[in-house]
Design a binder for this molecule. Structure first.
Ligand code: TMP
Length: 391
């Protein structure tokens, strides 16, 4: 039984950064969020066709983000030590920052964005340009055999049909293999009010509670959870086939979520009210600053900021420009609100009084890089966990 609790209005594809000639034909959809009282899964009400999102033009290449490259290196080292897999498959391998920590001969990449699967193919990895389905898992099994480790980062929550996804994993996983995946944590989003994790690419936002139910329904056992700080708070989920010892971290997470109220619809209604208040406060803050003649720039042309800017209707009246380190985003405009995006080097940050943190999850990295801005009296604005200005 799905119950709607949040309506964020009309939204574009969050990562579809565009040029001026694309403004007239830009695609929009209704971004509403609901909760399934049975499985406890939180999902977007109207899914966007995945082909619209994950295609040759997908701009988010993970290797561009140094903190994420380091994160995947550490993750790969830990998985080798704990599970010693002989064969590895990554679902949503992007441009390869995780899989390149494993041998080419025994690793397989699955990635629907052709621009990225081509990159891992060029590096010598078996790469399938495809969405993850049971049909594909059959094909891979017949070519490469079963896999000891199936890994996915920020990918499983992108897939609409979770029953097929988990069934495909079960089909390809060796009998004592392990399925490890990490995605943003619903609990952290609810705690921090970070509603900007909600966009077309995240048709589902996972609690450990919902995953425990869904994995069980598909013959997999969730046996370990790691709580991570990446993407503002994520969970790394470990699952296996058959009777595997369930570790204490699972009960700990289920208890923490239950105490917070993950199993009650009222929790989501309270969150929706907090989101509305956040919008009002952010607009009040930005409008006051503009009224006082201040100049505001944003750092990080993130999918998250697409949600915030479109929900709050923040355009160039309030934020002049966004900078981003990703070459593919530079020279384009933000989806929906059409704020220009430049490289950081093309902007004199000292011309600005305030930086809105579009990439608030990299707050410390950005503050560290922008020491001169702060020394000159510059201040940062964020809306997480509440709207605030700080230096
Ligand atoms: P993410 O929050 O989805 O990982 O995206 C972060 C975006 O922010 C990505 O496009 C790169 C950009 N970015 C900067 O522009 N400057 C920075 O210092 C960092 C860390 C990220």
């Amino acid at each position: 039984m799905f119950k709607e609790f949040l309506d964020l209005g009309r939204h574009p594809i969050a990562n579809a950064f565009l040029r001026e000639d694309g403004f007239d034909t830009e695609f929009f959809f209704d971004l509403k969020v609901c909760w399934d009282g049975e499985s406890k899964l939180v999902s977007i009400k109207d899914f966007v066709e995945p082909e619209r999102i994950f295609n040759e033009d997908y701009p988010y290449n993970t290797s561009n983000s140094f903190p994420m490259v380091e994160h995947f290196k550490r993750t790969a080292e830990m998985l080798k030590k704990d599970f010693n897999p002989k064969t590895v498959l990554e679902i949503g391998s992007n441009d390869g920052p995780f899989i390149t920590n494993f041998d080419r001969e025994t690793s397989v990449c699955v990635e629907p964005c052709g621009n990225f699967s081509l990159k891992t193919a060029h590096m010598g990895y078996q790469s399938y340009t495809s969405f993850w389905t049971t049909e594909l898992s059959e094909k891979i099994k017949s070519h490469h055999g079963k896999m000891d480790l199936i890994y996915a980062a920020n990918c499983i929550c992108h897939i609409h049909d979770l029953d097929d996804t988990f069934n495909a994993v079960k089909n390809l996983l060796s009998d004592d293999g392990v399925f490890v995946f990490e995605d943003p944590s619903l609990l952290r989003i609810l705690e921090r009010g970070s509603y900007d994790q909600i966009y077309d690419e995240h048709p589902h936002i996972f609690s450990v509670t919902a995953l425990n139910n869904l994995l069980k329904r598909n013959g997999l056992t969730l046996f370990r959870v790691d709580n991570l700080s990446v993407h503002g708070g994520s969970n790394r989920i470990y699952a296996a086939k058959g009777n595997v010892g369930v570790e204490q971290s699972v009960a700990d997470n289920l208890t923490e979520e239950s105490i917070f109220g993950i199993n009650h619809f009222q929790t989501y209604e309270i969150f929706a009210k907090r989101v509305e208040n956040s919008k009002e406060e952010l607009l009040r803050c930005l409008k006051n600053l503009k009224h006082n003649g201040k100049k505001i720039i944003s750092i990080g042309a993130t999918a998250k900021s697409t949600t915030v800017f479109n929900y709050c209707k923040i355009d160039t009246e309030l934020i002049d420009v966004i900078t981003d380190t990703t070459a593919e985003k530079q020279g384009k405009f933000s989806p929906g609100m059409h704020i220009p995006i430049l490289s950081r080097e093309d902007v004199n940050i000292l011309d600005y009084d305030y930086v809105y943190l579009g990439a608030w999850n990299f707050k410390d990295v950005i503050a560290n890089k922008e020491r001169e801005f702060v020394e000159n009296g510059g201040k940062f604005i964020t809306h997480v966990p509440q709207v605030m200005v700080f230096s």
